[in-house]
Design a protein. Sequence first.
Length: 299
Amino acid sequence: MLRTQLARLLAVTLGAALAVAAPAPAGAEDTQPAVVVNGTFSSPTVPAGQTWASGVDGWSGAAGVASAAYAAHPRGFQAATLGWNGNAVSLSTRVRGVRAGATVTLSWDDSPYACAAQGAARRTYTVTVAGQGNSPGSFGSNIPNGSTNWFLGRTYSFTAAEDAPQITFTPTNTDNPGCGVFFTNVDAKQTAPPQQPPAQDPCAGDAASTPQCKDVADNKDQISKCKASDRDCLATVAGDGKAEKDGIADEKQTLTDFNKVPRDQKPNDAATGLCALPNALTDVPPGNAVVPPSDWWYC
């Protein structure tokens, strides 16, 4: 009897060890929130008594949403469609709050349309996102049975190649593409990329002995010995600003001289000052001046 109990205890212990040793599913470490706008496709709301509403707020693509009654999701969500007016249609959105380099796990639920008869092929589609290392995810719905047949908890993991990466759902059925896939309850979790290391001090290590870094260090040391209110002490390090003050004084004098120049004169007085020019050009060959100096009436 004791031997049987020991055997059972050993079996339980080994089973627990195997469970711990099993690898975690891809993306299981992504636990921080990310934002998928309108992930349950509640907007636009399908009017009471209707089956469809055109457009999917927060998503791009010429599709629409199915009413909660028609979608028949276990949690009562509306659903987006990957078929519209008899055509296959893609839908895209951006996952907000994600920076380039983050790992992201996307999750959602899917179902074949109720229009897919029992025995029809699974409704297939891909999920894609930019990034050289991000292969498209290929998915197939549960087997059609003439009504919705939801699979809960699809996942797709990727590494963001850009801030707010764009995800795209694309149907791949070739038979009856307008009768495709519902999906809803789209959510995302992430692991943010590591923080960038602080910029390296250019005067760290051996560079500290270079003349430029030595001057900077000496100035810092001198400034640290001055009280913030001691202008005389600070002036010994930063200077008294003489060059800057002289430059400002020169600009002020230039402005003063400019303002002293008279701006209104009698026409004849102004012309007198200009006559030196045409008088100096009296020897200009004909044709080299648009108006010959001899024709300048005043001079």
